[in-house]
Design a protein around this ligand. Structure first.
Ligand SMILES: [Zn+2]
Ligand SMILES: [Zn+2]
Length: 446
């Protein structure tokens, strides 16, 4: 009797579920739909973007193409926000607003990937010089995936409600693309989102795997210039001048003691002097040296400590060298810095559950910080009040390439390398899938 009642109840429950289920997306159906879209449109689109890379702030053709793709998918597009930035907005009834960001810029790198669709592009940079240009960071994957998400969400308007903002951002590599879009009244124009999502393809993660966590994702970035005055003299009479190259070399070495002696060995921190320029001839004591460095940290406290210490060390090394007070080394924080990228804990949990349910738990790998890379994504979300956000990585390198490297084969190329390449399939399809699951959950029908 009990059994019969429970069977009857079960049938009724199943019937009710069937009535309510049409709003639900089947995992295999979404995956098949993305695979078909990849074959038809996303694969050629990725190759087009890859062959048409453009330098930061000069993403003209890229933003034209992205705008056209979003418009064709039914999004209302607004162009020229903070330069070449754009947004596509789809309003779909009452509900929260979700912003998904993709950065668009390439890098001044001569592509040597050997890919059949390698870039041959060159572009005049802002200084008037011609540069080779390459999508050496994989932003072509980001914009292709954004279009894939546009296709899925437009085709599934009966499965979500709210407002979806898809954002094409210029100049991530320069570091000020996101900040410029916000300063150009991004949120006055399109409304303030309730959540924001971003992603980056990652060459050090197996293709198609998703990696993120609540809390810290990326380090803070500072770009700092140290201008070191000297007193010019003959190379054979150094005592008649002040040698800025020797002083610069001492500063380079002293800066490293900030990391090893002033910060706990358990706290990650980094100073890299990436550029050191001075002098014109072997027998001339130069009258200036210029150092350019990047400093990274995992918290704002350590970031500020490093900045203050760089100034203290540089100025006092000048005093040690006997420079007069009005000729001490000058420390200038440059544009291109960014705070740490921090995922909202609660949102990260929610997004993970949605992705795991849709893609299977084995599609997500644990996050381990492998370097001190940074992002300018925080400028989009560290507004007042902050917008809860999640930034995740999508693996871009086939497992076979890691296996080959482990056996002494070629090293997997890193981002910004002329050899950089990713496998667009399954990177793009996994990126679209992960983002679509997250979007469908955050904009779910109640
Ligand atoms: Zn990059
Ligand atoms: Zn990048």
């Amino acid at each position: 009797m009990f059994a019969r009642i429970s069977i009857a109840l079960g049938v009724m429950l199943a019937a009710i579920l069937l009535v309510t289920v049409p709003g639900k997306v089947q995992a295999s159906e979404l995956r098949d739909s993305i695979a078909a879209d990849y074959q038809k449109t996303l694969d050629p689109l990725f190759k087009w973007f890859h062959q048409h890379p453009e330098l930061s702030t000069q993403e003209f053709e890229t933003s034209d193409r992205l705008a056209a793709e979003l418009e064709a998918s039914g999004f209302k597009v607004t162009r020229k926000i903070g330069g070449t930035g754009l947004v596509g907005v789809m309003k779909n009834g009452k509900g929260p607003t979700l912003l998904i960001r993709a950065d668009m810029d390439g890098l001044p790198v001569l592509e040597k990937s050997g890919l059949p669709y390698a870039s041959k592009r060159r572009q005049i940079n802002l200084e008037g010089q011609e540069d080779p240009v390459m999508h050496a960071c994989g932003h072509d994957m980001h914009i292709t995936s954004l279009v894939g998400v546009a296709h899925q969400m437009a085709a599934r308007k009966n499965q979500w409600q709210g407002t979806l903002i898809l954002l094409g951002q210029p100049a991530e590599e320069g570091g000020d693309g996101a900040a410029n879009m916000v300063a150009d009244h991004l949120y006055d124009r399109v409304g303030r989102p309730d959540f924001a999502l971003g992603m980056h393809v990652n060459s050090l993660t197996p293709a198609g795997k998703i990696v993120f966590r609540g809390g810290l994702m990326f380090s803070s970035v500072d770009m700092i210039k140290i201008i070191i005055p000297g007193i010019g003299a003959h190379g054979a009479a150094p005592h008649r001048g002040k040698d800025p190259i020797v002083l610069g070399a001492e500063i380079v070495m002293a800066l490293q003691t900030i990391i090893t002696r002033e910060i706990s060995p358990l706290v990650p921190a980094l100073i890299t002097v990436g550029s050191f320029h001075s002098g014109s001839a072997p027998n001339i004591i130069s009258d200036e040296a210029v150092l350019e460095l990047t400093a990274r940290a995992n918290s704002e406290d350590v970031r500020m400590l490093i900045r203050d210490s760089i100034k203290r060390v540089a100025e006092n090394m000048g005093r040690v060298a006997g420079m007069p007070e009005d000729m001490l080394p000058q420390v200038v924080v440059q544009p291109g810095g960014a705070p740490t990228t921090v995922n909202d804990d609660a949102l990260a949990k929610r997004v993970r559950i949605a992705m795991e349910a849709g893609m299977g738990a084995d599609s997500l790998l644990p996050y381990v910080q492998k370097d001190m890379g940074g992002e300018d994504f925080p400028f989009l979300v560290n507004v007042d009040p902050p917008i809860p956000s999640v930034y995740f990585l999508v693996g871009g390198t086939p497992q076979a390439d890691f296996d080959a490297e482990a056996k002494g084969g070629p090293a997997v190329p890193s981002h910004h390398s002329p050899l950089f390449k990713i496998a667009p399939e399954p990177s793009v399809t996994a990126g679209v899938e992960a983002m679509t699951w997250a979007a469908l959950d955050l904009l779910s029908k109640h």
